[in-house]
Design a protein around this ligand. Structure first.
Ligand SMILES: Nc1nc2c(ncn2[C@@H]2O[C@H](COP(=O)(O)OP(=O)(O)OP(=O)(O)O)[C@@H](O)[C@H]2O)c(=O)[nH]1
Ligand SMILES: [Mg+2]
Length: 379
C-alpha cells in the first residue's frame, strides 16, 4: 500500500498524525537552511568596490587539479583542463558570492555521478558541451591581471570582463557602427588599470576609401599607440595579427557589430563563431552574449567578448589620465575643469593640436569620481 503524505511533509516523518512530527520537521528545516547560509557566506559584498575583487583563500585546495574557465553561464561554467579537454562544472558553495570570469584559473574536484539504479553500471561521463556538470569548481587562484570597467552605480561598483589576459585590443569599425575616439580613450584607461598592453584594431577597412586616412585617429597615432587596420572579410591585415597573439592572451573589446567575432573567425576559421548583421540604424545585434576563451592552433588565446555600449571609467584612478592625455601640461592634468574648453583664448594659450581632447579629458576626469547620489553603499 502506498503511503500518503501531507503537502510540505517530508518522507522521513514516520508518524503522520503525531503532533511532534511537524515541529521536528520545522527545526530540521531551519537547521538545514542555517547550514546552507553558513556555506554560502564568503565575506564578499557586491556593493563594496574593494571586497568585490577579493578572492577566498585557495590554499586548502592546492592539491586539486587546475583548469581555465573558458565560459560562464548562470548555473555552471565550462573549463579547459591542462590537456585541453573541455569539462562542464558547477560552482562550489564557497564560491557562490565570488564573480568568476572568463580566463580565471580555478581548482576543481570531480563530482561523483550516481547511477540511477544501483544495480546498473554508472553512465559514461559526459564531456564537452551539452553534458551535465561532472565537476565542481571549489577555488579560484589569484589573478595575474583583471580587466574591469566601472559599474553604473554603487550596487555594482565594477563589471568584470576577463582575468589573466596580457593584451587588450579595442576594435573599432570605420563605419557601422561609427568610429568613436572617445571609446578608445576609455579602453586605454581600462588597459592601463589592468596592466595590459594596448592595441587599436580598426575593422571594416574595406568600407572606407584608401584615400581616407582616418584623421580621427591622428591624436592616438601621435602618441605612438599601435593601430592595425584590418578587413576580416577581405583578409587584409589579419595575418599580421596572428603573430602578435602567439604566447599571449588577447581580449577583444568593442561596440556590438564592429566585427570582433568575424576577426576571430578569420584567425581560426574552425571556430565558426556566430556573427551578426546590423540593425537598420547601423548598430550591432549583440550576437555574442558571453566572453569566451578561444585558444588558437598556432599558439596564443583570444577572448571574444559581447559588444559594449560604453566603457565606464567610474571609480578608476585619475592619475591614469596623464598617460592617456600625455600632450597636456601638468597643471591641466591636476584640475582639467579649471580650464574652459569653449574659450578660444584658453585653448590658444595651451597650444594644443587637438583642442577637442580637452573636453574628453574633462569628461573622463569627472566620471572617475562620479557617484550616483541616489545610491547608498548599504544596498
Ligand atoms: N565589410 C565588412 N564587414 C564586416 C567586416 N567584419 C565584420 N563585418 C560584418 O559586421 C557584422 C558584425 O560582425 P560580428 O563579427 O558579428 O560583430 P561583433 O563585434 O562580434 O558583434 P557582437 O557579437 O554583437 O558584439 C557582420 O555582418 C559582419 O559580416 C569587414 O572586415 N568588412
Ligand atoms: Mg561577436
Amino acid at each position: 500500500m502506498s503511503r500518503k503524505y501531507r503537502l510540505g511533509q517530508s518522507r522521513e516523518a514516520q508518524d503522520l498524525d503525531h503532533r511532534d512530527s511537524y515541529s521536528r520537521e520545522r527545526s530540521a528545516d531551519s537547521k538545514r537552511r542555517q547550514r546552507q547560509a553558513e556555506r554560502l557566506s564568503t565575506d564578499i559584498e557586491s556593493h563594496d568596490a574593494e571586497s568585490l575583487l577579493k578572492l577566498p583563500d585557495a590554499a586548502p585546495w592546492l592539491h586539486l587539479p587546475e583548469a581555465t574557465l573558458t565560459q560562464r553561464y548562470s548555473q555552471w561554467v565550462d573549463l579547459e583542463l591542462a590537456d585541453r579537454t573541455p569539462l562542464r562544472a558547477t560552482l562550489g558553495g564557497k564560491l557562490k558570492g565570488v564573480r568568476l570570469v572568463c580566463g580565471d584559473r580555478v581548482r576543481y574536484s570531480a563530482v561523483p555521478v550516481e547511477p540511477e539504479d544501483p544495480g546498473l553500471p554508472p553512465p559514461p561521463p559526459v564531456r564537452g558541451d551539452g553534458g551535465s556538470p561532472e565537476a565542481q569548481v571549489v577555488a579560484v587562484m589569484p589573478r595575474r591581471t583583471l580587466l574591469k570597467r566601472g559599474g553604473i552605480d554603487d550596487r555594482e561598483p565594477w563589471q568584470l570582463i576577463c582575468a589573466n589576459a596580457d593584451e587588450l585590443w579595442i576594435c573599432a569599425a570605420v563605419v557601422d557602427p561609427p568610429l568613436r575616439p572617445g571609446l578608445l580613450e576609455r579602453a586605454q584607461v581600462l588597459a592601463l588599470d589592468a596592466g595590459l598592453a594596448f592595441r587599436i584594431i580598426v575593422t571594416k577597412r574595406d568600407r572606407a576609401s584608401r584615400k581616407d586616412t582616418l584623421p580621427e585617429l591622428d591624436p592616438l597615432r601621435e602618441q605612438g599607440l599601435p593601430i592595425h587596420e584590418t578587413s576580416a572579410l577581405k583578409g587584409e591585415g589579419v595575418e599580421a595579427l596572428r603573430s602578435l597573439v602567439v604566447d599571449k592572451v588577447v581580449v577583444l573589446l568593442g561596440h556590438s557589430g564592429v566585427g570582433k567575432s568575424t576577426l576571430v573567425n578569420a584567425l581560426h576559421p574552425e571556430l565558426a563563431l556566430r556573427t551578426g548583421g546590423l540593425t537598420r540604424f547601423g548598430t550591432g545585434k549583440q550576437t555574442t552574449t558571453s566572453a569566451r576563451w578561444l585558444p588558437l592552433p598556432g599558439g596564443g588565446t583570444l577572448i571574444d567578448t559581447p559588444g559594449v555600449r560604453t566603457l565606464s571609467v567610474r571609480g578608476f584612478d585619475r592619475a591614469l589620465l596623464g598617460q592617456v592625455f600625455p600632450e597636456f601640461p601638468a597643471e591641466v592634468l591636476e584640475d582639467p575643469l579649471a580650464f574652459d574648453a569653449e574659450d578660444d583664448e584658453v585653448l590658444d594659450a595651451l597650444g594644443l593640436d587637438y583642442p577637442e581632447r580637452l573636453q574628453s579629458l574633462q569628461r573622463l576626469w569627472q566620471e572617475m569620481e562620479d557617484r550616483n547620489p541616489n545610491q547608498n553603499v548599504w544596498r
